[in-house]
Design a protein around this ligand. Structure first.
Ligand code: URA
Length: 426
């Protein structure tokens, strides 16, 4: 990269609401990845973007520069069409676990390059690591071989995929600049485009447990994600989904695996089944396959792929999942119909019990979490259990109970419980 710019000038320009030129963006992202632009300078730039935004041309160039910071994967030699799903993150969001084997059982290759959790939203790898023996780190060759033979893989994204995003995401996390629509959009799409999937379905969440608290913001994020993907030649669409209450009944790691297996066995909570099938149908149609995901949940084909997928990565699908050393019930203090369960509060409770981490190097507890004993629409009486808390650290229970104070709301009747608000693109 030959062009040289003053990063202070670029920060001032963005801070004053001016557009960055394409070559300025290329230089900035490259110089930051190489350590020429310092973390404190990039923090100031992230804050300037947070307040001033990026227009479509800037966003597209910013995303392209993040992709160019690393290498791209090539799935074109696989015998099946590739389709991926990405969720913007939520509480109890274990959908990847039943979805990847389900869509693979329909004939697609599903590469789910996933991450670990930070803060109140869980990470798919943390959940899968509750399965005894399962390993997240695969080489590219192992991943390709598994995609060809099994059709689905859930594994850690290698360090070479959009390294600029790895650095920038860690920085945003500690500088209060995560919740910026262009920064989220470029972060997600740089990884997905570099990954090389031919189709992508996004699950853009809104509500208290999501990055986007309002439908208007979630719609804008979805629109920007879809246009970045489409412009890069990836068949991209998005489901706008509700994350005001936790998904399903289990929020944690091992307990979310158990709930996912229930779904693969043809049962499980209605909202998890609804969202899994909605995403699966969108993914299957994005790659032109003619298969019925609902039928593959019923006939056990999706479960067969799950078992193969777990075994291929050293896990034992029949092994007992870890059990927490301590548990405690949270009881209803009144009679009524449950009309709300605040996702953020439950995510925080689960995190305090040990299911999540505060710093990226912290360990997580496989058995910690919250199991909801009542869900929206249930009529409960005073003294009835609303939730069970699980942890290996007894003194974490008080903090979790505090987080849940006021999380359950009661009223005359429950509103609609459908998770899917809208479909954008596709
Ligand atoms: N997920 C990502 O990968 N990046 C973000 O910025 C937010 C959610």
């Amino acid at each position: 990269m030959t062009a040289q710019f003053s990063v202070v000038d670029l920060i001032r320009a963005k801070r004053s609401g001016r557009r960055l030129e394409p070559e300025q963006i290329d230089w900035l992202i490259d110089a930051y990845t190489r350590g020429v632009v310092a973390d404190e300078q990039m923090s100031a730039m992230a804050m300037a973007v947070f307040f001033q935004g990026l227009d479509d041309a800037e966003l597209s160039r910013w995303t392209a520069a993040m992709i160019a910071s690393g290498h791209r994967l090539d799935f074109s030699k696989l015998s099946r069409p590739t389709v991926d799903k990405h969720s913007t993150g939520g509480v109890g969001d274990k959908i990847t676990l039943p979805l990847a084997p389900l869509v693979a059982s329909c004939g697609a290759a599903v590469p789910q390059l996933s991450g670990r959790g930070l803060g109140h939203t869980g990470g798919t790898l943390d959940k899968m690591e509750a399965i005894p023996g399962w390993r997240a780190d695969l080489s590219n060759d192992e991943m390709m071989a598994q995609l060809d033979s099994v059709g689905a893989v859930i594994c850690a994204a290698g360090p070479g995929l959009a390294p600029a995003d790895k650095k920038l995401y860690a920085l945003r996390d500690v500088t209060g600049t995560v919740e910026s629509i262009p920064l989220i959009a470029s972060s997600i799409m740089s990884k997905k485009i570099a990954e090389g999937t031919s189709a992508l379905v996004l699950d853009v969440k809104c509500g208290s447990g999501a990055f986007m608290k309002t439908q208007a913001d979630a719609r804008e994020l979805a629109a920007r994600l879809v246009s970045l993907g489409t412009d890069a030649g990836v068949a991209t669409s998005a489901l706008l989904t509700d994350m005001s209450s936790p998904l399903g009944r289990a929020i944690g790691n091992g307990i979310e695996v158990a709930e996912s297996v229930e779904v693969l066995a043809g049962g499980g909570p209605a909202d998890i089944v609804e969202l899994t099938l909605a995403l699966a149908r969108q993914m299957v149609s994005a790659v032109g396959l003619d298969a019925d995901p609902q039928e593959n949940l019923r006939n056990g084909r999706a479960m067969d792929v799950w078992r193969q997928m777990v075994r291929a990565q050293g896990g034992d699908p029949d092994a007992a999942l870890p059990v927490a050393h301590h548990s405690q019930q949270v009881l209803a203090d009144r009679d009524g119909v449950l009309t709300g369960i605040d996702a953020m509060s439950v995510g925080l409770a689960s995190w305090r019990l040990g299911a999540g981490r505060a710093r990226k190097e912290d360990p997580v507890q496989a058995a910690a979490g919250v199991r909801l004993e009542a869900v929206i629409g249930d009529t409960v009486t005073a003294g009835q259990p609303l939730a069970t808390l699980f942890t290996d650290t007894a003194d974490a229970i008080g903090g979790a109970e505090e987080a849940l104070a006021g999380a359950f709301t009661f009223g005359a009747g429950a509103a609609s419980t459908s998770r899917v608000i809208d479909v954008i693109g596709g």
